[in-house]
Design a protein around this ligand. Structure first.
Ligand SMILES: NC(=O)c1ccc[n+]([C@@H]2O[C@H](COP(=O)([O-])OP(=O)(O)OC[C@H]3O[C@@H](n4cnc5c(N)ncnc54)[C@H](O)[C@@H]3O)[C@@H](O)[C@H]2O)c1
Length: 352
């Protein structure tokens, strides 16, 4: 049995990853370490610890990745670390970057140290650091030939991206200085079920269901590459199992869309008029375009996306939010925090 420590497993990508691993790797057991910040939601994983297929292989630990006393015994039981815990929302980082530096930088440093010192100094077998294409900065709209490769210089523009870039550099240093078996992934924008409804797709869909307009930044021409979250999960697992240590792997969907095109597509799927778009002042320092060259992971590890093709994949995701109103209404009302208290309080292992 391989034990994976997944940090941030109650978030959007983390909860999809926990399910994906339990369903696809019967010889893997999971420790899900999550501090349950505003974006951590155990309703994303409802039913897992009662499911007889998974219960004996899944454990939730509420705790902070910066808590070194909590980390040491957990890492001694861990073979592979999949590090996803982060403050993840650019707009929040513009309002206050302190939690981003604390979790993304200091938290990653604490986790790296604990992973290295574990198993009586032998350390964990693999440490996968889940990062973002945003560390590369921004590409111009008029150069569609340009894409981020793993050799593109790190030039983060938002406090979020800067904190992720700092964590990437700590991971890189751990490889060069301590020969830690680290791997870094840098992925484009994810979409799919269980995304916190402050992010564009669930925000827009849920606003429209509630009869509200959708706030579109600036001229709407900013371009993002979109990847289905399960394609991302599969790519992370592929890197964990087959990647070369010390390497960075870009992950993308080859699926570039402007925010305006994305918004119109959501409106069309939901049968709403384009007059529901409410232009709002642009995000400060808004990166113009992200585009990923994911040829390295395809060439070396044989991974390519199979679930991200538009318009079908977008439509499935929109319909998931339409069909799961109870899930996002709990998030928007704050009731999801009660679920944790009712289901877990007193039963979980709680960190400091
Ligand atoms: N969402 C995307 O499109 C995207 C794209 C590329 C990379 N990423 C990266 O993937 C990872 C997951 O992103 P997401 O969208 O699922 O984020 P999310 O905000 O949905 O989830 C983050 C999780 O981390 C937990 N967490 C935060 N601080 C913590 C701490 N100090 N200790 C323990 N747990 C903590 C939260 O409770 C939450 O469950 C992040 O590292 C992010 O940078 C995300």
């Amino acid at each position: 049995m391989t034990t994976m420590l997944i940090t941030g497993g109650a978030g959007f990508i983390g909860s999809n990853f926990v399910r994906y691993v339990l369903e696809n790797r019967p010889d893997a057991s999971i420790i899900n370490l999550d501090a349950l910040t505003y974006s951590g939601n155990l309703e994303n994983l409802a039913g897992l610890d009662e499911d007889p297929r998974f219960a004996s292989r899944y454990e939730f630990v509420k705790g902070d990745i910066a808590d070194r006393d909590l980390l040491a015994p957990l890492l001694d039981r861990t073979d592979i670390v999949i590090h996803m815990a982060a403050e993840s929302h650019v707009d929040r980082s513009i309002l206050d970057s302190a939690p981003f530096v604390r979790t993304n930088v200091l938290g990653t440093q604490a986790l790296l140290d604990a992973a290295r010192h574990s198993h009586a100094g032998k350390g964990v077998a693999r440490f996968v650091h889940v990062s973002t294409d945003e560390v590369y900065g921004s590409l111009p709209l008029d150069r569609p030939d340009l894409k981020f490769t793993e050799d593109t210089p790190i030039q983060p523009n938002s406090p979020y991206a800067a904190s992720k870039a700092a964590s990437d550099l700590l991971v890189r240093a751990a490889f060069h200085t301590f020969h830690m078996p680290v791997l870094t992934t840098r992925c484009s924008n994810n979409f799919g079920p269980y995304q916190f409804p402050e992010k564009v797709i669930p925000l827009f869909v849920t606003n429209l269901i509630e009869g509200r307009k959708v706030p579109l930044y600036g001229d709407g021409k900013n371009v993002r590459d979109w990847l289905h979250v399960l394609d991302h999960c599969e790519a992370i697992l592929t890197v964990a199992e087959k990647g070369r240590v010390g390497e960075v792997y870009n992950i993308g969907g080859d699926n570039e869309r402007s925010n305006l095109d994305l918004t119109r597509a959501i409106l069309d799927i939901m049968g709403k008029g384009h007059d529901m778009i409410q232009p709002v002042e642009d995000r400060k320092g808004h990166d113009r375009r992200y585009a990923i060259d994911a040829s390295k992971i395809e060439r070396e590890l044989g991974w390519r996306p199979t679930r991200s093709a538009w318009p079908d994949a977008l439509e499935q995701t929109v319909r998931w939010y339409m069909a799961n109103a109870e899930w996002w209404r709990h998030v928007k009302s704050g009731a999801y925090r009660e679920f944790y208290k009712q289901q877990y309080s007193g039963r979980e292992r709680v960190g400091a």
